[in-house]
Design a protein around this ligand. Structure first.
Ligand code: TYD
Ligand code: MG
Length: 450
């Protein structure tokens, strides 16, 4: 006879507690326990019967080498982030803030998929989805809509349908009947994700799950959800701005350095093939405080613009404020400038913006940040044909960055005339049509540019 009981589950690690506690006994996090009702069934008496004929241990050299044939995705950005197509039997979790475009992204991809797709939505009705598909401008496709939240019913449909791809919008709306708690609770999310993972592995059908995120920006539900799935993607961007960025936080089948760039248009999301075009405004010639940096997102170099503003501090403590850049890193760079170049920035407010609402943590931005600050401080514009790609160390040394040749090529391709890099790189300057200036210390930048 099944008996229900109340348990307290940690939303971070999933550890169960019989009573409420301030701190999880498993991961030692504070305030992560939530109460849930669980129905406990008897333990399976066959669990250790030893009758496991379906599997046997394999010696490593017995294992056959199989190359996975990925299903192609006709969305270049998405495909690249996944590592080139979608792996059969894989489970992908896509998180993101409400309204950022998760449903649009997956619907769009599903509409272009070659094969039958089951699009399961517990959030929107089929007619709403149809409207969206019309807006995207594609309705002829092997896409089947299923408005259902009970996992049992969903799996019954999937058994007869045998789709090539399954999309679930969203994991928080699913309901597993044998778990007695409300949809969206830790136990429900964990169970329904587990059942979709089993389905994916057993049938070889890839499953894409949409997950809501909580206030802290991580996917709502147990943290272990991210360990269970193969790929965790995050769709981000400022809803008021045009750009959307797709990033992989975890990818069992590819790198996590790739990003996909989209713009949200009237007719759905459009991939951005040439990001630099979008990120450079090209209108700043003659204005001080602007500098262009060459950064690398995954294998793709791109140029982007930084803006700095230094002004005399009005209040006692000068302000340091950044968008898209780490404030601590800015403080560090300011300290280096103060110490090594004798600039008195301690009395100044410093603001730093990365255009386009991008959030970047490539250290190669350092030199451009310093250049933008110096430019604003001296009120001396930097030519729009000059760019920067180097890290700056605490002693003021200009340090090399990864894949510098690729960055130089990109700058050259976009018509830049001069690039500042670290003097520690071994670069054959005659191979390029762009002037390459190698710096070893930031003092040299001041002499060369200001
Ligand atoms: P949606 O995919 O519903 O977001 P999520 O599933 O992440 O909550 O996208 C919602 C926003 O996208 C909505 O504000 C309208 C906008 N949008 C467009 O600008 N163009 C379009 O073609 C579509 C379909 C949506
Ligand atoms: Mg949605």
């Amino acid at each position: 006879m099944a008996k229900s009981r109340s348990v307290f589950i940690c939303t971070k690690c999933g550890t169960e507690h019989s009573k409420w506690m301030g701190q999880c006994q498993g991961c030692k996090e504070w305030n992560t326990l939530v109460e849930e009702t669980q129905t406990k069934s008897k333990p399976d008496p066959r669990a250790w019967s030893g009758d496991n004929a379906s599997s046997r241990p394999l010696k490593i050299d017995e294992v056959e080498h199989t190359t996975v044939q990925r299903f192609p995705i006709r969305d270049e950005e998405f495909s690249r982030v996944l590592g080139g197509g979608i792996v059969p039997g894989s489970v992908v979790l896509l998180g993101g803030e409400p309204g950022i475009g998760k449903s649009t992204l997956l619907l769009q991809m599903a509409l272009k998929f070659s094969g039958t797709v089951a699009y399961i939505s517990g959030e929107e009705s089929p007619s709403q989805i149809k409207l969206r598909a019309e807006r995207i401008g594609r309705t002829e496709s092997e896409l089947f809509l299923l408005s259902e939240t009970k996992t049992e019913a969903i799996f019954n449909h999937l058994k007869t349908m045998r789709p090539h791809l399954v999309v679930v919008d969203s994991i928080q709306t699913l309901h597993v009947p044998h778990v007695e708690s409300t949809p969206g609770s830790v136990a429900q999310i964990r169970e329904s994700a587990a059942s979709f993972i089993r389905y994916a592995k057993e049938t070889g059908t890839p499953v894409l799950l949409i997950g809501h995120i909580n206030k802290e920006g991580s996917i709502a539900g147990p943290k272990i959800l991210e360990h269970m799935v193969d790929v965790v993607l995050q769709f981000e961007g400022d809803p008021n701005l045009l750009y959307r960025i797709l990033r992989a936080h975890k990818n069992r089948f590819g790198s996590t350095h790739e990003i996909g760039l989209y713009t949200m248009e009237q007719a759905g999301l459009q991939g951005v093939a040439n990001p630099s075009d979008l990120l450079l405004t090209k209108q700043h010639d003659g204005l001080s405080g602007n500098a262009v940096a060459v950064l690398l997102e995954g294998v793709r170099p791109m140029l982007l613009e930084l803006q700095a503003l230094c002004s005399t501090a009005v209040y006692g403590t000068p302000q340091r404020s950044t968008t898209g850049f780490d404030t601590r890193r800015l403080n560090m760079l300011l300290a280096v400038l103060e110490k090594r170049c004798g600039f008195r920035l301690g009395q100044k407010d410093v603001f730093l913006n990365i255009t386009g609402g991008l959030r970047v943590d490539d250290p190669a931005l350092d030199l451009a940040v310093i250049a933008a600050i110096l430019s604003s401080n001296a009120d001396e514009p930097i030519s729009g044909k000059v760019c920067f790609a180097a890290e700056v160390g605490l002693t003021g040394e200009v340090r090399p960055v990864t894949k510098v040749e690729q960055r130089i090529r990109e700058a050259e391709k976009l018509g830049f005339e001069r690039i500042y890099v670290s003097g520690h790189h071994q670069i054959e300057k005659s191979h390029y049509d762009i002037a390459i200036v190698g710096l070893k210390r930031i003092e040299e930048l001041v002499r060369a540019q200001f």
